[in-house]
Design a binder for this molecule. Sequence first.
Ligand SMILES: NC(=O)c1ccc[n+]([C@@H]2O[C@H](COP(=O)([O-])OP(=O)(O)OC[C@H]3O[C@@H](n4cnc5c(N)ncnc54)[C@H](OP(=O)(O)O)[C@@H]3O)[C@@H](O)[C@H]2O)c1
Length: 320
Amino acid sequence: MSKWLPTSDPFYLSGTALFAFASLYVVQRAIQTRAPKRHGSIPPRQERILVIGASSGLGRSVAKQYAARGARVCIVARRAEQLSVLAQECGQRCIWVAADFCKADDMVRLRERLLTEWGGLDTLHVCAGVSAVQPVMNLAGVKRGEENDASAAGIQRAVDITTAATQGNVYGPLVTAVTFIPMLIRTSTSPSMLLVSSVAAVVPAPTRAIYAATKASSLLLFQSLAIEHPGITFTFILPATIQGNFRASAVDADTESREAGPNQQGLKPDYVANRCVDAVDRQVKGSVVMPWFPYAIAHHLYYIWPGFIEQKARKKYGFT
Ligand SMILES: NC(=O)c1ccc[n+]([C@@H]2O[C@H](COP(=O)([O-])OP(=O)(O)OC[C@H]3O[C@@H](n4cnc5c(N)ncnc54)[C@H](OP(=O)(O)O)[C@@H]3O)[C@@H](O)[C@H]2O)c1
């Protein structure tokens, strides 16, 4: 043990880490609060915003908040009916395009429409995503406590479900980024990209393995893109559970999850949407974890005391 570290006691180490992170957070918030608003270079009514995944939930709230301040908003998702209703609510400056963000042809068609309508793009919110809610071994037909070996068909099923989650949480953000990065740089005075990731991407949890793995993958993809493209401000939003119907669209949903009804617990979509819009306005770079307590701490604590986080997560998800 180094003479600089008086003890290896995990309580001492985590206490010190907590203090250090809390101090860092206060400094970071102070800098962000004072950061100049992007409105100086792009007045709100002139901003051209694309929201991918706007037919429900968080993306819908983001679109409505931009429309309420008079911006030009393009809303995108696969369900045309929901989009047309939202477009009416958002008013005349809103356009909608039914498209699948995993499909290159759909995204190129969308890009051409934006070039024709607006001549470019300033802000891109990637809100679309899919959930996955079962323990990994369940996907392969292995029940907890039984520990029978998975069959080839069971293993393949786990692969197929992971492929579907990868489509929705990795390929979609990838296709979107590759389609729009040059256009953002070329046509905006202050280009901005926001990815809605998840706390699950940085804090492991049981029953969330496939979801977490795919959300972590797109988070790292975008974090690396941020380094490759310093001309664009990249923001990553990492929320905990949000109220709404996200579980119903799970790629591994069983009848119970499909019929469970909206989740009433968690963060309100309007609150998270407001944080997304504000983070882009303030040109916040990097990750915004919400709620900060306990998840930003849990994220870092996992590296020094994984057993503590594992125990808490098992308890929370009834995995004891
Ligand atoms: N809900 C939570 O507890 C929670 C927590 C943390 C992070 N998040 C993240 O927050 C984001 C929004 O979740 P939400 O709660 O608002 O869920 P949601 O209500 O299910 O919204 C998901 C949106 O994504 C769209 N979408 C999905 N696949 C698409 C595709 N292939 N192409 C185009 N659009 C697609 C859906 O539209 P269509 O079906 O019409 O295409 C829908 O508009 C997701 O990225 C999720 O990972 C959610």
